[in-house]
Design a protein around this ligand. Structure first.
Ligand code: FES
Ligand code: FES
Length: 155
């Protein structure tokens, strides 16, 4: 049995037939070829699969594709326009990327935070990214990169 779903991903409409047990991360990566979304633990513990669903960060390994029917999805492929997103520039400039595995999810979590609160404090940033694990950077450079994109820093 399959389920018909309609989702909008990075501004593009998709109508898909999916098995009810397939996760959103697998459909994004395997069916739509959007492999920028990483799959680490597959059980909601690492945050590498974070995407924005209706503007909110979610672990796409914990969402069934069928549950995303009607949703607006943003993946890392949709973050930048012709130019890199300011968060991407800041991550590169501050050395907040090493192996890069956590980076797509981290960037989308940061975007959701700044969309909701353009001027978060350091503690709010740390709290927002608490579900996104990074085994390389020690987090300080990531926090600094996000701080560099707050409205207070840009004034
Ligand atoms: S792969 Fe989804 S939280 Fe780890
Ligand atoms: S840069 Fe390697 S896991 Fe974050």
């Amino acid at each position: 049995m399959k389920v018909d779903i309609a989702i909008r991903v990075n501004g593009e409409e998709w109508s898909l037939d999916v098995k009810p047990n397939r996760t959103l991360v697998d459909v994004l990566r395997e069916d739509l070829g959007l492999t920028g979304t990483k799959k680490g633990c597959g059980e909601g513990k690492c945050g590498s699969c974070t995407i924005l669903m209706n503007g909110k960060p979610v672990n796409s390994c914990l969402v069934l594709a069928a549950q995303a029917d009607g949703a607006e999805i943003l993946t890392i492929e949709g973050l930048s326009g012709k130019e890199p997103h300011p968060l991407q520039v800041a991550f590169a400039e501050k050395g907040a990327i090493q192996c890069g595995y956590c980076t797509p999810g981290m960037l989308l979590t940061a975007k959701a935070l700044l969309d909701a609160n353009p001027n978060p404090g350091e503690d709010e940033i740390k709290e927002a990214i608490a579900g996104n694990l990074c085994r390389c950077t020690g987090y300080n450079k990531i926090v600094k990169a996000i701080m560099a994109c707050t409205s207070a820093d840009r004034k």
